[in-house]
Ligand binder design. Structure first.
Ligand code: ARG
Length: 469
């Protein structure tokens, strides 16, 4: 017998039952569904809508179900369609007829909205925590390799020498924006929908504020139609996850390049790589590749939900059941990607030797030559032109700028003196850029300290805001 069977005269078609059911995936919400029901039934008692003995009985039944859920003992059935009706059936099995009073003043429409708000809220804290752990792993590598200099690239062409710590700092900064986006997401995830009923509001004298407080919400939806139709906080979550995956994907691209034999800038730990079934020498950076690849499915979830919602009339429509799988998949993907990334970064070896080798065998110090001439009073445009010619000459001679004799320099401009050789050292190039945000040692230390402070603020944010009940 279906919970909604009253007005039906026929059995549901088997395929319809399967197509309609969401229990195969929304069982993930069981914990939140139970929490929501506990708050709802307490509120019904507090507002004197149900007698205390019924409330106590139902609460006791819900507690048993919470216990069983922890022990993995709840058996869900596709016959009961979704998590809400499965739990109501299980409660009925536990305590009998009185279970039927739990749904007083509530609809599955505001119930599922509450479950999702609770789930997304938890996942916001989870993502802030995991992103912060990855920031900490990057910070550690940055500090351990503060004096490692490598070529910085633009257009994937060697551009100027930079500190490796400076390069990692850019990713720490991106991740900080990810953290802040998830923090902002909390404002819209932390709005309490219960009391909206199916769409028009509850016909009982319920106390929404009371139930909201029990679950740690300090905001309530002011419009019941909006409360059951709003999935913006999920779109925001998926969008934040998409941007975070974009960052991991960019880092992956670099990890993959750096661990190639051509670069050999880093060595990934064996535990985070795999081999080839045919080529015995292979060690592949699969984790970085998979994270780069899985970025696609996270974008897909965002695009999928945007598309589901764009044509929906108010209020609840069954289309909205399609909000879940993409969200759950996104959470799994981002969660695992962040965990693995933290460990992969922590355990990778930085080959400083290969990096400094690279930066002495290229023309990434050419800007230093131009800046040297500028310091001698030559206009930058002219200095650029002279240096370009110098580089061209060196390329033709198959030497680097540091190997060109002073007498040769002087044929390009008489103002060159012995000082040029110190000026074009990679360390001089990075130290010249001590401007705030630059690649000079002190500037990089300042950046790292700035982000260390941010990391500790992220940790306190989770401690302060995470509701405990
Ligand atoms: N399983 C549904 C969902 O995930 C729950 C709400 C269904 N409400 C309804 N009136 N059919 O959206």
């Amino acid at each position: 017998m279906k919970l909604w069977g009253g007005r039906f005269t026929k059995e549901t078609n088997k395929l319809v039952e399967e197509f309609n059911a969401s229990i195969s995936f929304d069982s993930k919400l069981a914990e939140y569904d139970l929490l929501g029901s506990v708050a709802h039934i307490k509120m019904l008692g507090h507002a004197k809508i149900l007698p205390q003995e019924d409330v106590d009985r139902i609460l006791q039944g819900l507690n048993v179900l919470q216990d069983k859920l922890l022990k993995n003992e709840l058996v869900f059935s596709i016959k009961d369609e979704d998590i809400h009706m499965n739990i109501e059936r299980l409660l009925h099995e536990e305590i009998g007829e009185v279970a039927g009073k739990l749904h007083t003043g509530r609809s599955r429409n505001d119930q599922v909205a509450l479950d999702l708000h609770l789930y997304v809220r938890d996942q916001i804290f989870n993502m802030v925590e995991k992103l912060t752990c990855l920031q900490a792993a990057l910070l550690k590598q940055a500090e351990d390799n503060l004096d490692t200099i490598l070529p910085g690239y633009t257009h994937l062409q060697r551009a100027q020498p930079i500190r490796f710590a400076h390069h990692l700092g850019a990713y720490i900064a991106m991740l900080q924006r990810d953290v802040e986006r998830f923090m902002a997401n909390l404002e819209h995830a932390n709005i309490f929908p219960l009391g909206a009923g199916a769409l028009a509001g509850s016909g009982f004298a319920i106390d929404r504020e009371y139930a909201a407080k029990l679950l740690g919400f300090d905001m309530l939806y002011e419009n019941s139609i909006d409360a059951v139709s709003d999935r913006d906080y999920i779109l925001e979550f998926l969008s934040n996850a998409s941007i975070a995956m974009t960052h991991l994907s960019r880092l992956s691209e670099e990890i993959i390049l750096w661990s190639s034999q051509e670069f050999a800038f880093i060595t990934l730990d064996d535990a985070y790589c795999t081999g080839s079934s045919m080529m015995p020498q292979k060690k592949n950076p699969d984790i970085a590749e998979l994270v780069r690849g899985k970025t696609g499915r996270v974008y897909g979830a965002l695009l999928g939900l945007l598309t589901v919602i764009k044509g929906l009339p108010l209020a609840y429509n069954k289309d909205l059941q399609e909000d879940k799988e993409g969200l759950f998949d996104t959470v799994d993907t981002l969660d695992k990607s962040l965990i693995l990334y933290g460990a992969m970064i922590e355990t990778m070896t930085v080959n400083s030797e290969a990096m400094s080798q690279a930066v002495t065998q290229d023309f990434s110090n050419a800007t230093q030559v131009a800046d040297y001439l500028v310091a001698k009073g030559i206009p930058f445009r002219e200095a650029h032109e002279i240096t370009g010619k110098l580089v061209l000459h060196c390329i033709q001679e198959k030497i680097y700028l540091s190997q060109l004799p002073l007498t040769q320099y002087q044929t390009f401009h008489p103002t060159f003196d012995d000082g040029i050789f110190a000026a074009i050292q990679p360390v001089a190039a990075v130290e010249a850029r001590s401007v705030r945000g630059g690649t000079g040692r002190d500037a990089v230390i300042d950046q790292l300290n700035y982000f260390k402070e941010k990391v500790s603020q992220n940790v306190s944010w989770v401690k302060d805001k995470h509701p405990s009940f």
